[in-house]
Design a protein around this ligand. Structure first.
Ligand SMILES: [Cu+2]
Length: 158
């Protein structure tokens, strides 16, 4: 079979790129251990209530970390625990949330905090609460007949 010179160059280039890309992905995944963000922390969804930190939902002051507080939320059909929480203005907070049953959302209205809570996984988001006021937390993943009743409130106070 006769192949044109340019066709050979193009094929070599294409296969070369494929080998380079697969090597980069392979080294990143298997040697460096990189994974998609949502797969980093797992949890047994049946033992959420007895697993730290979800055994004590709410706001907790922490020492020696890059953030000042940890705000722990447990979602289940059709509520969040805690139902209402106060956060001091200017606090650097790591929001840690999971679900006990089905997929729920965690959207803090008026901010860019928007996470999907999946059974078996822990969702985290670190942010600084620098706007005072009352913020509604809503579920934005349809989770059943009581979905529209599912909310919590975060009050950022001075
Ligand atoms: Cu929902």
């Amino acid at each position: 079979m006769h192949m044109h010179k340019f066709e050979k160059i193009w094929l070599t280039f294409g296969i070369g790129c494929l080998v380079v890309f697969l090597t980069v992905v392979g080294v990143s995944a298997f040697y460096l251990g990189n994974k998609p963000a949502s797969c980093l922390t797992t949890i047994n969804p049946e033992k959420v209530d007895t697993t730290k930190p979800f055994d004590k939902p709410g706001l907790h002051k922490v020492e020696g970390k890059e953030w000042d507080y940890e705000l722990v939320f447990v979602a289940s059909a059709f509520s969040y625990n805690p139902a209402k929480v106060e956060v001091p203005l200017g606090a650097k907070v790591k929001v840690i949330a999971t679900t006990k049953d089905v997929v729920h959302g965690f959207e803090m209205a008026g901010t860019n905090i928007n996470m999907m809570l999946e059974p078996g996984y822990v969702s985290e988001y670190t942010t600084t609460f620098d706007k005072a006021g009352e913020f509604l937390v809503v579920c934005n993943e349809y989770c059943g007949t009581g979905h529209h009743l599912m909310f919590s409130k975060i009050e950022v106070v001075k």
